[in-house]
Write a new protein. Structure first.
Length: 517
């Protein structure tokens, strides 16, 4: 299936080669970490060769696949862009900002299971390198960089979702081991994330050019589905933007923007980012493939074709809302369809409740062009170039460079079908809100919206950034005051720690906002 060139390890013993050459096969490969003996001494004896490390890392990606629903719920469902159709176990409460410590989606066990697998590789990979004479220090460093990046990404989700939580860098003997350690603050963890990423950027792979692939699709899946330097740069851009270190955010955004491997997909072809995925715009996406019996769940969640428990596009009760105007203009009776990301882009023109970017195959629309049981394998996109461009625009605006920020904003709008536009604003917050609205158009239902709203609300110290948008999109005018009250306090922007986690780890304390309720 694939020929490997210039590899120093023993290919004859590389028993996982065919199952791990690409992330396509994550669910079919037998993850070594899933079969680890629980005794740590026996574990140490397991690490003999480089292929043990490679297989363990693939097991880590496999574990991250199990986190995708949490990534979506945590990053999207509290915003103004999607709603729950039928409530499968607590999603509607999240949608309506009525969350408590018993909500299943406040549990973080999948994330820590993935972190534990990465921590295990970080601990034992050096042992394998000592045991395998063909396993070089440089190759070990590449694996270490990959693992540090994955761990940083996982903790970045926890930072943006929980006020405080345990920061763990040592593996447990098994995924179920109970840790009794105090929580760290989000700011402390952000500093640790930056430290890991700065180390990773110097040692992780730049690309996979030393591999020869059977076809371009396999090559793309490998390059887009594994951590490389651009992935590290993308996460650093996001983290620095969150921390308010805008100069650094621009530096790492530019590292990607000026890398010729990454180009925006043409406006009319925007849906290619989602079907089949792995475009020139893609930086990092978690791979799924029906061909290799590795079925994703995104289409199942966002259309009624696969079941009844669905997460659908907001129904926009008030047709004159900002949300409705994001894609379709100010006039409800005569909506504009020039935005490629609108009808049959973000949502189905036939049924506007269906999130078409995950449920459809192209902009043609209609059931003929919807994903089916044989194409329910959309990748989860962590970062693409449009994201980096808009993050850079946001940072430049805060660096008092509005003209450059506007140029970047217009680049994304022109790609979406808007031409001959001008944007004039000398007010920093107003331009920031224009960028925020553009991110709604571009990244709806991609697990970013809530994190975007909180980042801007914290920066401006203005809860109305969140409250106005949510109330306007979801509530009737007479109910908007009630909705705004639910997000008045900044600590309400974070999840409570689930009661089970508090019972298991007595050193944790609940987010104070939820102790008051």
């Amino acid at each position: 299936m694939m020929k490997i060139m210039d590899m120093k390890f023993n290919i004859a013993n590389y028993k996982y080669l065919l199952s791990i050459i690409i992330m396509f096969v994550l669910s079919t490969c037998e993850s070594m970490l899933d079969t680890f003996p629980e005794d740590s001494k026996i574990r140490e004896e397991y690490w003999k060769m480089q292929d043990d490390v490679e297989s363990a890392i693939i097991g880590s990606y496999n574990s991250i696949q199990d986190c995708v629903l949490k990534f979506f719920v945590w990053g999207e469902l509290r915003g103004e862009l999607v709603k729950v159709s039928i409530d499968p176990g607590g999603l509607e409460d999240i949608n309506e900002h009525l969350i408590n410590e018993h909500n299943w989606y406040c549990r973080w066990h999948e994330i820590y299971s993935a972190i534990n697998k990465v921590n295990t590789v970080l601990k034992f990979a050096p042992l394998a390198q000592k045991n395998d004479d063909t396993f070089s220090e440089e190759e070990l460093d590449e694996y270490i960089g990959e693992c540090l990046t994955l761990r940083a990404l996982l903790y970045f989700y926890l930072v943006r979702t929980f006020f405080e939580f345990p920061y763990i860098t040592n593996p447990s003997d098994n995924d179920q081991q109970e840790f009794s350690i105090p929580a760290s603050s989000g700011d402390q963890v952000l500093d640790s994330i930056v430290s890991d990423l700065l180390r990773a950027k110097d040692i992780v792979r730049t690309d996979f050019d030393d591999l020869t692939f059977e076809n371009e699709a396999i090559k793309l899946a490998y390059e887009k589905g594994r951590v490389t330097k651009p992935v590290v740069w993308a996460i650093l851009t996001d983290v620095y933007l969150t921390k308010g270190e805008y100069e650094n955010a621009v530096v790492y955004a530019d590292s990607i923007i000026y890398d010729t491997r990454f180009q925006l997909v043409g406006g009319s072809q925007w849906m290619l980012n989602f079907f089949p995925g792995n475009t020139t715009e893609s930086i990092f996406e978690l791979q799924f493939s029906k061909t290799y019996y590795d079925e994703g769940k995104l289409a199942s969640w966002f259309t009624t074709d696969f079941g009844d428990d669905n997460i659908l596009f907001t129904n926009r009760r008030n047709r004159n809302t900002r949300t409705y105007k994001y894609w379709e203009g100010d006039d409800y009776a005569n909506p504009s369809v020039k935005d490629f990301r609108g009808p049959n882009g973000t949502f189905s023109a036939e049924n506007k409740e269906i999130i078409w970017k995950w449920a459809g195959k192209d902009r043609s629309g209609g059931s003929t062009y919807a994903r089916d049981l044989f194409s329910n394998d959309a990748n989860w996109i962590f970062y693409r170039l449009a994201d980096i461009i808009l993050m850079k625009a946001e940072a430049l605006n805060r660096l008092q460079q509005p003209d450059q920020a506007i140029d970047l904003l217009l680049e994304i709008r022109e790609r979406a079908g808007y031409t001959n536009e001008t944007i004039e604003t000398g007010y920093e917050n107003s331009l920031e809100e224009l960028i925020l609205d553009e991110r709604a158009r571009e990244f709806a239902a991609e697990g970013k919206r809530w994190f975007d709203l909180v980042r801007i609300a914290k920066r401006q110290d203005n809860y109305e950034i969140i409250a106005d948008r949510i109330a306007d999109a979801i509530a009737y005018p007479s109910e908007q005051g009630i909705w705004k009250a639910r997000v008045f306090k900044p600590l309400s922007w974070y999840f409570p720690i689930h009661r089970d986690e508090l019972d298991l780890n007595r050193m944790l304390t609940q987010n104070p906002y939820y102790e008051e309720k």
